[in-house]
Design a protein around this ligand. Structure first.
Ligand SMILES: Cc1cc2nc3c(=O)[nH]c(=O)nc-3n(C[C@H](O)[C@H](O)[C@H](O)COP(=O)(O)OP(=O)(O)OC[C@H]3O[C@@H](n4cnc5c(N)ncnc54)[C@H](O)[C@@H]3O)c2cc1C
Length: 578
């Protein structure tokens, strides 16, 4: 359904059962849950899908070893269950991550941990071998029945430096355990959304649209076409993460706005292109504490190294970016754990920041704010009830969406008829245990070369079949100097609600975050998008300026850096080049 069809439908029947506001991973998750139960549901996202916190995560799908220190055992157990489900349901994007904790002494943190447990202190402290061992043993205990990945192991100093010679010479050993990572979180969000939309015409979604309270009730405004229409849902789900309180103010009568529910903290990351750093990691994530006791992470990601993050209270989630002092902090933490590795400024190829949607808290140490999630309903006479989704990690999007959906169904007097716990997502459906025969069959069916199918499979999982079939329907060519092709790009624009350059270059693909985006690719995609959307030259110039400004201001990638990445390489994408 396109934007006009959605608006025309709402003009005829303006009362969907449920309006979900916010298209981050949690809003998409509850939308999918409700859509699969046959509920008439409309999702409205003000910007692009998964462009808020859901694009700013550390890319870990994890139980949260650190949250054990806060006594959040239930959250860790639930997160580990969801982690293992994602390994099975989205194998194309979620994979095991060997994680190594450098250990600096034996007993640090034991006394402080006990004091914290008794509620006598909130201060973070160093974690010695005993504390790390305890945490990892609990991790193993919580996953012992499923045993999806091996348990933890400890190494002494000699074996640690044998494997990671570049580590800080002060450490006494290391521990390794398994967690997971997500390679394309924004794409997984889009696949979940499509899963919901495919449930039927009762499920509709709009990005770049917003709902506000008008004189007569709620009004939906389309940021793309400028259209507006009144809507009267039976229930509203406020899934706007760090914006929850602002959204409540925008949709509820003044006297019904609850006390602040959210108290977000900002976190920033750097993507670094430094071969020595990549090699020093030996394929592992380093999960280490900086000198101030804060946990930082560092791992190989899309051929570069992802390093993060910071944890700073913010009031306005709309204006965050990685500031210079945060970059310095992250680089200092890196120099602490790997002292001999030098990072040149131009090796920082991308940076990103987002706001963790944490429950309102007075805690002076941001790391101690609870990471769990819950829902609360705001009841108002004369307006639909508003169910607010508070907190929620990326890892637990499914269980959080299920929780919210169950509460909504109860209010609608309906029952769940579809379970999502074991439901494969997007390109994780019918995922072959051995991929080669699957790829060869697809290459034979479509006439695409095996290497091209290989590339599509690594990007889209089994959804590569749909992309390849579209590509094969016409003459194709490489998309400037990227590994994508023109028809692939057209397919993404038509099927995945691409309205702006950043939707495609930063979220439907990983060109931005992987530091592979060049100015030639930007211009090639601009031409295609302008063609598809019928933009005038003036509109094209404005879109180009908008995107380049966003890239420079929010991601530290200026035009000169983009230009320096232009190459003469043209990627052969001929449909029959077998
Ligand atoms: C630095 C950092 C690192 C993290 N690392 C991890 C990690 O490694 N693993 C993990 O599991 N979790 C991690 N998280 C947490 C995780 O990313 C978030 O908890 C999760 O993405 C929150 O999703 P959300 O949908 O609730 O919020 P968001 O993704 O922020 O979505 C809210 C959406 O609402 C939209 N919106 C706002 N106002 C309106 C409005 N009025 N109308 C319509 N739409 C509106 C916004 O545009 C936004 O898209 C991290 C978070 C951060 C910030």
């Amino acid at each position: 359904m396109n934007r006009d069809e959605i608006f025309n439908g709402l003009a005829r029947r303006p009362n969907p059962d449920v309006l979900v506001i916010g298209g981050g991973i949690n809003g998409i998750s509850v939308f999918r849950e409700l859509a699969l139960q046959g509920v008439d549901v409309l999702l409205v996202e003000r910007s692009d899908y998964c462009s808020g916190a859901s694009a700013a995560l550390s890319r870990m799908v994890h139980g949260g070893l650190r949250y054990l220190e806060n006594g959040e055992f239930k959250l860790v157990k639930e997160s580990l269950e969801e982690r293992d489900r994602l390994l099975a349901n989205a194998p194309h994007y979620v994979s095991p991550l060997m994680t190594t904790v450098p250990v600096f002494d034996v007993f640090s943190g034991v006394a402080n941990g006990a004091v914290r447990f008794l509620g006598l202190s909130r201060r973070p402290s160093r974690r010695g071998a005993v504390v790390v061992k305890l945490g990892l043993s609990i991790y193993d205990f919580l996953t012992r029945r499923r045993a999806a990945m091996p348990g933890h192991s400890f190494r002494g100093r000699r074996r640690t430096f044998g494997l990671w010679p570049a580590l800080n010479p002060d450490l006494i050993g290391s521990a390794t355990y398994y967690d997971a990572q997500v390679s394309h979180p924004e794409r997984l969000g889009i696949e979940l959304l499509k899963d919901g939309l495919q449930a039927g015409v009762h499920a509709r979604a709009l990005n770049y649209a917003e709902v506000r309270r008008g004189a007569q009730g709620l009004v939906l405004h389309d940021g793309v076409t400028g259209r507006s229409t009144a809507i009267a849902p039976r229930i509203v789900v406020n899934a706007t993460g760090g914006w929850i309180d602002l959204t409540n103010r925008g949709i509820l009568p003044d006297d019904a706005v609850p006390a602040p529910l959210m108290g977000g903290t900002k976190g920033s990351h750097l993507m670094i292109d430094n071969p020595d750093l990549l090699e020093a990691l030996g394929g592992h994530m380093l999960y280490y504490e900086n000198e101030d006791g804060r946990i930082c992470i560092l791992f190989p990601y899309l051929g570069k190294v992802l390093v993060g993050s910071t944890d700073i209270r913010v009031d306005d989630p709309g204006t965050v970016r990685c500031e210079a002092d945060e970059r310095d902090y992250i680089l200092q933490s890196l120099a602490f754990v790997l002292p001999d590795i030098k990072i040149a400024p131009e090796q920082i190829v991308y940076q990103f920041a987002g706001v963790r949607p944490l429950p309102a808290s007075e805690d002076s140490f941001t790391g101690r704010i609870p990471r769990d999630h819950f829902c609360t309903v705001v009841e108002t006479v004369g307006s639909p009830p508003v169910l607010c989704m508070i907190g929620g990690k990326w890892t637990t999007f499914r269980s959080f969406g299920e929780l919210a959906s169950t509460m909504v169904l109860e209010r609608l007097g309906r029952h769940a008829r579809v379970e999502t716990a074991e439901r494969a997502i997007g390109g994780g459906r019918s995922y072959p245990a051995v991929a080669r025969p699957w790829k060869k069959a697809l290459a034979a069916r479509t006439g695409l070369s095996l290497s091209r199918v290989d590339g599509l499979f690594s990007l889209y999982g089994t959804d590569a079949a749909e992309v390849a079939a579209f590509i094969a329907e016409g003459a194709d060519s490489g998309l400037a100097d990227s590994a994508h092709s023109v028809r692939e790009c057209i397919h993404l624009i038509r099927e995945e609600a691409v309205e702006h350059l950043d939707d495609l270059l930063l979220r439907r693909t990983t060109l931005g975050v992987s530091g592979q985006l060049s100015l030639d690719t930007v211009d090639a995609v601009l031409d295609i998008l302008a063609d598809e959307r019928g933009w005038s030259d003036v509109e094209k110039v404005a879109e180009r300026r908008r995107f380049l400004t966003l890239l420079a201001e929010c991601h530290g990638v200026g035009e000169a850096m983009l230009k320096s990445r232009n190459t003469d390489r043209s990627v052969p994408c001929a449909t029959t080049a077998r």
